[in-house]
Design a protein around this ligand. Structure first.
Ligand SMILES: Cc1cc2nc3c(=O)[nH]c(=O)nc-3n(C[C@H](O)[C@H](O)[C@H](O)COP(=O)(O)OP(=O)(O)OC[C@H]3O[C@@H](n4cnc5c(N)ncnc54)[C@H](O)[C@@H]3O)c2cc1C
Length: 455
């Protein structure tokens, strides 16, 4: 990097919070996807004013900025696609306010989701967004991707809890969006526009989220099935029953084997799938719903059924699901974690198609699914990055089917660079042009997160 830029950055952040050595930059050149792009520098702001000063510098001296939380996204949206400076939020992790009376929290954008949850312990409140990556993901990153996660079935996604944002616009201006009430119809809904925008419209420095009263009681049911169609039959009937589980998760045989070899929780390794159902609420209601769900699950011939009798047992059953992603690393060095969503009634045939296509293209595949939402995560396991074309070939055959039945090519991971090549299956013509025009209004010089699908 040129000395002039380094000097300018150090003028805002001091020497300690500007990284420029090759070794340090490599750590910020990739995220949860397989693409790598080296930045020229990484800076670590402490507050909104520093971010605004940085954006002004970028405008004056014409360099690119890419925001980054923990880099856990799975679509390559935090890699600095055109180089420039990475703005990393890991030092902005303060809680600015927890309001118990009106149930909201104001936090800096780099706050880790699980840390927020921990800080809320003892208040009787919780933040309902629970990602497979909650231990590492930041509030800012999860807002920028409108992350969903495992409890979205009952509680919804990040957007549903977003009350307000503090954002530095691409011209350096600071704005505050939203109000402290859930209802608000004054003007365009800018919270929702920033949420899911993949950091292309501005840099989020503070987030105000709604909190919920923590449920008193939890029960987890785990059913193994020898046929995927039986597991999906149970999902459909549960969803039609009127009961809304907190989570309704499905994993396939490859993941069962990966998990069992890794954490040894006693899973049935010959099962085609297991279905995990979590119910939360007051004890009587949960017991009643649990009996009904148990009866539904039984109708579809489970080869084994378990119901947790304590919080520890619930945790143990969850471990089988939560270890899924990490366990698959045992099979191959490269994992592309895909993300698509279909109407729930089409789950069984979509899963069958994924399995058929993976076989046809010679790719090892393990599936994790937020089944109640129809949200599927096929994981394509590869020997090296050069095999990416095999995963692409599967997606090219899968995507027309997904969009043809009213589904989406991404339910929660985003487009990034990973899905850019598949975008045309879902987004094109006037709708895509409109989005590009919105980007231009916010960022006419294309300074923020350049190289996205909007370029
Ligand atoms: C094991 C594992 C499990 C996962 N489970 C889930 C899951 O259950 N559900 C789910 O939805 N996702 C999941 N993910 C994906 C990922 O963790 C989420 O997308 C997460 O919200 C990203 O947060 P992050 O802080 O790592 O953001 P990053 O990856 O750093 O960034 C994500 C995007 O947000 C932008 N961004 C980051 N900070 C800011 C900011 N302050 N202002 C503006 N833009 C910003 C970046 O430019 C980028 O476009 C999982 C990932 C892994 C590795």
């Amino acid at each position: 990097m040129n000395n002039n830029l380094q000097g300018l950055l150090e003028g805002v952040f001091g020497k300690d919070r500007v990284k420029t050595s090759k070794e340090e930059l490599i750590a910020y050149s990739y995220d949860g996807f397989i693409k790598e792009c080296l930045p020229e520098a990484v800076v670590f702001p402490l507050n909104t004013e520093e971010v605004a000063a940085l954006v002004k510098l970028a405008n004056t001296h014409k360099f690119f900025l890419t925001s980054r939380g923990s880099g856990s996204n799975l679509c390559g949206s935090s890699v600095p696609k055109k180089g420039g400076v990475v703005v990393c939020f890991t030092k902005m992790e303060k809680i600015l306010e927890i309001n118990k009376e009106d149930r909201y929290a104001v936090v800096q954008a780099g706050k880790i989701l699980e840390d927020l949850q921990r800080d809320l312990e003892g208040t009787g409140l919780f933040y309902p967004i629970d990602l497979g990556s909650s231990r590492i993901a930041t509030l800012g990153g999860s807002v920028a991707l409108n992350s969903g996660g495992m409890r979205a079935l009952k509680y919804g996604v990040t957007r549903d809890y977003l009350l307000g944002l503090k954002v530095v616009l691409p011209n350096g201006e600071i704005i505050k969006t939203g109000v402290l009430t859930r209802k608000n119809v004054v003007g365009y809904d800018l919270n929702s526009l920033f949420c899911g925008s993949e950091g292309t419209l501005g840099i989020i420095t503070e987030v105000t989220v709604r909190l919920m009263v923590k449920p008193k009681f939890t029960k987890v049911l785990l059913n193994h099935y020898q046929e995927i169609k039986d597991a999906c039959g149970a999902v459909n009937e549960i969803m039609a029953s009127g009961i809304i589980p907190t989570a309704l998760e499905l994993v396939d045989n490859l993941v069962i084997n990966a998990v069992e070899d890794f954490v040894k929780v006693g899973l049935k390794k010959d099962a085609a799938a297991f279905l995990l159902v979590e119910l939360t609420g007051d004890p009587e209601q949960v017991e009643r719903d649990s009996k009904e769900i148990e009866a539904i699950c039984k109708k579809y011939n489970p080869s084994r059924s378990e119901v947790s009798k304590s919080a520890e047992e619930s945790e143990k059953l969850w471990l089988a699901r939560k270890s899924g992603f990490g366990s698959m690393a045992r099979f191959k060095p490269i994992c592309i974690a895909e993300d698509l969503t279909v109407p729930v009634s089409r789950l069984a045939e979509t899963i069958a198609l994924i399995h058929d296509l993976a076989k046809k293209h010679g790719v090892l595949q393990g599936l994790l699914a937020h089944a109640g939402d129809g949200n599927l995560h096929p994981h394509f396991l590869l020997d090296n990055k050069d095999e990416e074309h095999k995963a692409d070939a599967i997606m090219d055959e899968l995507m027309p089917f997904i969009t043809g039945i009213g589904g989406t090519i991404s339910g929660e991971h985003g487009v990034g660079v990973g899905k850019k090549k598949f975008l045309h299956y879902q987004l094109f013509g006037a709708q895509l042009e409109l989005m590009k025009r919105i980007k231009k209004i916010f960022d006419p010089e294309s300074i923020i997160n350049p190289g996205s699908y909007l370029d």
